[in-house]
Every structure is written in structure tokens, then in C-alpha cells.
Design a protein around this ligand. Structure first.
Ligand SMILES: Cc1ncc(COP(=O)(O)O)c(C=O)c1O
Length: 366
């Protein structure tokens, strides 16, 4: 998993779960023995526990973090002809989820030091047709949701990378009008397949999400809307319920590794990720910045250290997004795209592994 043959893997989904193996196995077997596989007691219990964890009134399990965005946008009333503002420096799915609603993505810039949108970059992209803004909590950092909602537009938090993060105003999932999560296996809270969730404090919106994830129906007899078959399944929910009580501990581990990188002197060699004001990120990816990113990548690879540039080509320059490419330049996005590099991060990375990574970076920068 995650390239474990390397000296230091880029991510490690196995070691943190080792102490939970028996509990996970028992949870899966209990679902098998219970015979309820779709929308049963595990999903319901996980939805309640996850809503409580996030500090949101409601959570609804869905099939993955991409459909979570499409469904949440539709439940917000986004439809054909509307504009939805989205950063270009993000995983492709943040924008890909917009056209299926009939709306148009309008790309905005990011701050190249926090990798998040700002009220200014969002403001510059607002149009008369803007119906919603997708604020991505990229790499586990927190986008300034309250300041963006103060501009008068509802915010969907794309919190796919930010489970376990927190901030002065609360946790992701409770900061905007609605939030979406991915439980893809490598995420901070990951299942053993695909999974996702939508959280919101608005009971009516949560009800619309429930109908949309279930073929646009409340009873599978009457169909009110054209919806989706997009459900978190019972086995994945059971796996997530075993892990959720440990999420804060895993998040603390990620923060500890961030501090270890700082103490090992990494900040003297390259730019370190900067938390937004008031944010306490559970770094999903630990992303450094440098003008010498290619030699660093080569040195780390030679030292058997996992590293990867995730978004070298930003979304607005991807072939499929050409018709929505903005007329203006996005300088923060271009800078972040050119200079970023993810280096190893997991809750159980050791101090020795951190030192191996930092000495690999040093050979390329000194
Ligand atoms: C920022 C972001 N948004 C959306 C997604 C989509 O989630 P999924 O892969 O579960 O569809 C991901 C992760 O893959 C992501 O990192």
C-alpha cells in the first residue's frame, strides 16, 4: 500500500490500522452475518456519529466524494445556466462534479502559500449567475468559509482532504452551507473501497440529499426527481465506524509529523505549507514548494523516498475543461502548480523517516 517497498513511502494506509485489524475484521463479518448490505443500521449509525464528530446537524452517506459534490450542489438548487466558482488548483473532481448539474464551472485563483481560495480570489470570479462557491480545504488546510459566505454566496466545503482538521470556527463539515467528504482509502478517514458523505446544518437540504442519493425517491415507488444510485454501503460504514473514534489521534499524528519536519530544518531548505489563520490542519498531503522542485524530486526518488506533484497541470488547463477556461490568468495557481511537491505524510511516520526525507531534500538544495 502506498509504495511500501520504498525506504519512506509517500503515504502509509496500513501501519496506522494494524492495531485495529481484529476490530475491523469483526465489523465486516458482523455485516455479512446480519444480511443487511444497503442502507441499514451501520450507515444510519455512521451518519449520526459522523454528523456529531463534524458538529453538523446531519450527515448523509453517499457512494464517493465526487458524486457527493454533484448531489450537494443539486440539493442547493444549482442547475442549468448557473455558475459555480471553484479553484483550479485542486483535484480534478472538485470541478468535474459541476457540469453534471447543468451549471458552469468558473475557475478562481488560490493563495500559493496556503493552497486555498481567499475572499479576494473568489470575489474576482463572482458573476451575476453565481449560485454557489466550492471552497476546497486543500491538503487538509482550511479555506476561509465564513469570509466567503459574507460575500453573499452559499459555500459548499469540499472537505475530501480535511477530515480531522479543525479551526477556531469549528471543524470542516460545519463551516459552510453544506460540505462533502471522500472516504477513498488514502484519505485521512478512509474505507476499503469508495465512499463519501455530505454534511449540513439544514434539515431540508439534508432531506433533498437523501432523496437524490436514492433515485430521487423516498420510497422507490414514487419518483419525484431524476436522482442517483449513490449510497455508502453497510460494509464501508462499519469499517468507518471502527476508525472514526481514532481520527483525532491520527490527525494529531499528522500534525506531529509536520512539526518534526519543521524541527528537522526543512523550512530552511524549501517553502513549508502555511496554515490559514485559525486553522489547525490534519495534513492530508504535506506539500513543500521550491523553484528547484525537479532536482528535489530526483534526489528523493534516488533516496527511495516517495514524492509526487499532484496537480502540475491545473484543472482549468485540462482538455475536458477547455470550454470553461478563464479569460484571465490565475497567477497563484500557476505558481503553486509549478512549485509544489508532496513528500511523505502519515500518522505513523517516524522521526528517523522524517530525517531521511530532509537529508534527501538537502542533497538537492545545498
Ligand atoms: C479535493 C477532492 N475533491 C473531491 C475528491 C473526490 O473524491 P472521490 O475520489 O471519493 O470521488 C477528492 C479525492 O479523490 C479530492 O481530493
Amino acid at each position: 500500500m502506498g509504495g511500501r517497498l520504498l525506504e519512506v513511502p509517500l503515504f502509509d494506509t496500513a501501519t496506522p490500522l494494524e492495531p485495529l485489524r481484529e476490530e475491523l475484521r469483526a465489523a465486516v463479518l458482523a455485516v455479512m452475518d446480519g444480511g443487511r448490505y444497503i442502507l441499514g443500521p451501520e450507515v444510519q449509525a455512521f451518519e449520526e456519529e459522523f454528523a456529531a464528530y463534524c458538529g453538523a446537524g446531519h450527515a448523509v452517506g453517499v457512494a464517493n466524494g465526487t458524486e457527493a459534490i454533484t448531489i450537494a450542489l443539486r440539493a442547493m438548487g444549482v442547475g442549468p445556466g448557473d455558475d459555480v466558482v471553484v479553484p483550479s488548483f485542486t483535484f480534478y473532481a472538485s470541478a468535474e462534479a459541476i457540469p453534471p448539474t447543468g451549471a458552469n464551472p468558473v475557475f478562481c485563483d488560490v493563495d500559493p502559500e496556503t493552497y486555498c481560495v481567499t475572499p479576494e480570489t473568489v470575489s474576482a470570479a463572482l458573476t451575476a449567475k453565481t449560485k454557489a462557491v466550492i471552497a476546497v480545504h486543500l491538503f487538509g488546510n482550511l479555506a476561509p468559509v465564513a469570509e466567503i459566505e459574507a460575500l453573499g454566496v452559499p459555500v459548499l466545503e469540499d472537505a475530501a482532504q480535511a477530515a480531522g482538521s479543525t479551526g477556531e470556527q469549528g471543524r470542516p463539515g460545519s463551516l459552510g452551507t453544506v460540505a462533502t467528504f471522500s472516504f477513498f482509502p488514502s484519505k485521512n478517514l478512509g474505507c476499503f473501497g469508495d465512499g463519501g458523505a455530505i454534511t449540513t446544518g439544514d434539515g431540508d437540504l439534508a432531506e433533498r440529499v437523501r432523496v437524490l442519493r436514492f433515485h430521487g425517491s423516498e420510497d422507490k415507488v414514487h419518483y419525484e426527481r431524476v436522482g442517483y444510485n449513490s449510497r455508502l454501503d453497510e460494509i464501508q460504514a462499519a469499517i468507518l465506524r471502527v476508525q472514526l473514534p481514532h481520527l483525532d489521534r491520527f490527525a494529531d499524528g499528522r500534525r506531529r509529523v509536520g512539526r518534526d519536519y519543521e524541527q528537522a530544518g526543512l523550512g530552511e531548505l524549501v517553502g513549508l505549507p502555511r496554515a490559514t489563520p485559525g486553522a489547525v490542519p490534519a495534513w492530508h498531503l504535506y506539500v513543500i514548494a521550491s523553484e528547484r522542485v525537479e532536482p528535489i524530486e530526483a534526489a528523493l526518488t534516488a533516496a527511495q523516498v516517495g514524492c509526487r506533484a499532484y496537480y502540475r497541470t491545473p484543472v482549468h488547463r485540462q482538455e475536458a475543461m477547455r470550454r470553461w477556461a478563464p479569460a484571465v490568468e490565475l497567477p497563484g495557481t500557476e505558481l503553486a502548480a509549478a512549485r509544489h511537491l508532496a513528500i511523505p505524510m502519515s500518522p505513523t511516520l517516524t522521526r528517523g523517516q522524517v530525517e531521511t526525507v530532509v537529508s534527501g531534500v538537502k542533497t538537492a538544495t545545498s
